[in-house]
Design a protein around this ligand. Structure first.
Ligand code: G6P
Length: 368
């Protein structure tokens, strides 16, 4: 097993470090001539797409969080309404689906029972189904009409890391493809996003090479009882995934909140020293985040903020600022989740938890 871990203490740490390669492998060959998206398996034509008036994204766990990024991105790029649903909810609520609905299921393993059932439910109502999965030949890949593989390689740790970031890459590629087919974005804009995606592996690598700051922060805070994660827009999706990572492997209670919701409840839980993690990568939402951060600090909460390099506005305002390599804000979730994975990892290690095999959890839930 030590050999399989490639010198890393845990599979999770190894898989976090494999992300630059996994991301590259997932977009490789799929972006040509600057912005043409070549998804051989996404056979939906312009004419078929013109008939689609709604998209469902259905998944469980981490894959569901990738779906939330999908909603923001597909709606922004392709201007098609997107509803994201948890597979176990979707399958039992008689969702409104017909031949004008496109369903995207996301599943690392391709074997999650609820996701398979949701896929079948969508198909039985004449919806075309696109699957994003990491396992070639998995049930989900066989049942779907179109399959987009993530090329993350085997993921062993129960807590998903490289599968999530490659699911995001797949989502961005699909969103670009749909938007270019619909003509809702320009080729120049698509090329800019593609350039941004191509630049990510190196930026993530740079961040990983300087991860000591996160490790140190974890060593100072792993005894905390509760952590709140805040973000707006895409950062809210990242907050949800960061919170899940922390709670599943460190057993520290954590919650993610859309930052604007704070004052409608969670603020009551902020006490002196309560650790709050603020993700603020979105420029148009920054001022709003700043005022939410102040809501926490004025009540004595301790804020760790993640912002893009060059944005120094939080210096002196929060307890600690960690800078992310500058990334296009549309694709910032792929960058911003990496420190949150590391933070969860180091906190869990410091607490002495079984990081790769957290109690009560399974890598793939194939029964209901
Ligand atoms: C389990 C795993 C999670 C995963 C979820 C969905 O609960 O512990 O890490 O996100 O299943 O798995 P899937 O294989 O469908 O992506």
């Amino acid at each position: 097993e030590a050999a399989e871990k490639g010198g890393y203490e845990h599979f999770m740490l190894k898989e976090i470090h494999e992300q630059p390669k996994a991301i590259k492998d997932t977009f490789r060959g799929r972006i040509v001539d600057g912005c043409d998206i070549v998804l051989d398996d996404l056979k939906i034509t312009k004419e078929q797409l013109a008939n689609i008036d709604k998209i469902f994204i259905v998944a469980c766990g981490t894959a569901y969080h990738a779906g939330i990024v999908g909603k923001y991105t597909i709606e922004k790029f392709a201007r098609i309404p997107v509803e994201v649903d948890i597979a176990s909810e979707f399958r039992y609520r008689n969702p409104i689906i017909n031949e004008r609905t496109l369903t995207i299921v996301i599943s690392q393993s391709g074997e999650t029972a609820d996701t398979i059932a949701a896929l079948k439910e969508a198909k039985s109502h004449a919806s075309r189904v696109i699957a994003i999965t990491n396992v070639v030949g998995s049930t989900v890949s066989r049942e779907a009409d179109d399959v987009i593989y993530t090329w993350a390689g085997p993921e062993i740790a129960v807590a998903s890391t490289k599968a999530y970031t490659t699911q995001l890459v797949a989502i961005y590629l699909i969103a670009l493809d749909l938007a270019l087919k619909k003509g809702t974005i320009t080729r120049e804009y698509a090329a800019e996003i593609c350039e941004g995606l191509k630049a990510l592996p190196e930026k993530i690598q740079n961040f990983l090479d300087n991860k000591d700051e996160i490790q140190k922060f974890a060593s100072e805070h792993y005894n905390t009882r509760d952590v709140f994660y805040l973000g707006r827009g895409l950062d809210y999706a990242v907050a949800m995934e960061g919170s899940l990572k922390l709670k599943e492997i460190s057993y520290i209670h954590s919650e993610a909140y859309a930052a604007g919701e704070l004052k409608h409840g969670t603020l009551a839980l902020i006490e002196d020293g309560t650790l709050t993690i603020a993700i603020a990568t979105q420029e148009n939402l920054f001022e709003k985040m700043l005022s939410n951060i102040r809501e926490v600090t004025t009540r004595g909460g301790y804020v760790l903020a993640f912002v893009m390099e060059g944005n120094t506005q939080l210096e002196g305002v929060v307890g600690k600022v960690i800078y992310l390599p500058e990334t296009l804000e549309e694709i910032a979730p792929i960058m911003a989740v990496v420190p949150l994975q590391l933070l969860a990892y180091y906190m869990a290690v410091d607490k002495g938890c079984d990081v790769d095999k957290p109690r009560n959890l399974a890598k793939s839930v194939t029964v209901e």
